[in-house]
Design a protein around this ligand. Structure first.
Ligand SMILES: NC(=O)c1ccc[n+]([C@@H]2O[C@H](COP(=O)([O-])OP(=O)(O)OC[C@H]3O[C@@H](n4cnc5c(N)ncnc54)[C@H](OP(=O)(O)O)[C@@H]3O)[C@@H](O)[C@H]2O)c1
Length: 305
């Protein structure tokens, strides 16, 4: 099968297209003929060595959707599923996965793969934050998938949303949009924010501590800047703020996995709208990474084998 293998870390050129043997399915796994693969931003950080990646030359990629060709449960064969794997393998024509969710009728493979993980992360974050009507929420990087879905969910709950996006991109549903490419953007965040959905991180995240209402919550789930957010413990204590870390295998295996089915149902009923920037053939994975890193598009980039 055709597959994209990561050789070390570096620029997009470390992604090499090769012929590889098809994977074998273990008990509990489904074997899937891949129709679409998502290219989320964190994969460009893994490839570049900004996040820890496998040092072996492995098939890259984590989120795929396609048709089941083998499974313990034969009724799954022929069904469309979306798969998630921590150990890679998604940039390929065939993937074996233990984590999968059946895609509802009427949802395409491209829609499913760009929504399943980020919308499930957004739902899980949203539940953890327990946003209530009338609160003010800061949704960072709302031009991206998770931030965009968080914005939608917060609006539907009756919250006021201050969102950030790069270079004048619009964020449907946001009440205020700030340009996170302006290094001073945090100065324009209104006082009294109840919940920060923190995905940018970095030293300057500390400036937000003074913008939070007493007893405000910070949901730290990403490091788009390449650094974890440096919220000062002194501010957390003095203002009674709660900092909640959300991520890693525990959050994925439990909260995110539990929310995937509902996330896809919300796509099927039109509550959440997946946004696709561009699709590329699998062989052009390097160009797809360049596109994601350019940050010129809106929505997810998708590979099609
Ligand atoms: N904790 C978890 O369980 C979990 C799970 C999945 C993902 N994540 C993390 O969540 C974050 C968002 O993921 P996603 O899937 O929503 O991303 P995505 O759809 O791939 O979109 C990328 C977003 O990142 C923004 N961005 C990139 N570099 C940035 C920077 N230096 N400063 C500010 N914004 C920047 C882009 O904004 P513009 O192009 O508009 O500037 C865009 O909004 C990532 O950090 C990812 O690693 C966490």
């Amino acid at each position: 099968m055709r597959a994209v293998v990561l050789y070390g870390t570096g620029g997009p050129e470390v992604l090499k297209v090769e012929d590889r043997p098809e994977p074998h399915r273990q008990d509990g796994e489904v074997l899937v003929r891949v129709e679409a693969v998502a290219v989320p931003f964190y994969e460009t950080q893994l490839r570049a060595g900004l996040l820890p990646a496998s040092s072996e030359a492995t098939v890259f990629g984590h989120e795929a959707a396609g048709i089941v060709i083998e499974a313990d449960d034969e009724t799954l064969v022929g069904r469309r599923v979306v798969t998630m794997s921590f150990t890679g393998g998604a940039y390929a024509e065939v993937v074996a996965a233990s984590q999968y969710t059946v895609v509802p009728d009427g949802v395409t493979a491209e829609q499913a793969v760009v929504a399943a993980v980020p919308a499930a992360v957004a739902l899980a974050l949203f539940r953890t934050a327990n946003v209530i009507e009338g609160e003010t929420v800061l949704a960072e990087a709302a031009s991206g998938a998770i931030g965009g879905y968080v914005t939608r969910l917060a609006k539907a709950r009756g919250a006021r949303v201050v969102a950030t996006a790069g270079g004048g991109k619009s964020v449907p549903d946001a009440d205020v949009v700030l340009d996170h490419n302006d290094p001073e953007w945090r100065k324009d965040v209104p006082e009294g924010v109840h919940v920060v959905f923190e995905s940018i991180g970095g030293a300057r995240a500390a400036e937000l501590a003074t913008k939070l209402a007493p007893r405000g919550r910070i949901l730290a789930y990403g490091l788009l800047s390449g650094e974890f957010p440096a919220y000062p413990v002194a501010s957390l204590v003095a203002r009674g703020l709660t900092l909640i870390g959300f991520g890693g295998p525990d959050a994925y295996g439990r909260d995110v996995a539990a929310a995937r089915e509902e996330a896809l149902d919300l796509v099927a009923d039109g509550t959440l709208t997946p946004v696709i920037d561009r699709t590329y053939p699998l062989d052009e994975a390097a160009a797809a990474h360049e596109r994601v890193e350019s940050r010129e598009g809106v929505g997810k980039v998708v590979l099609v084998p």
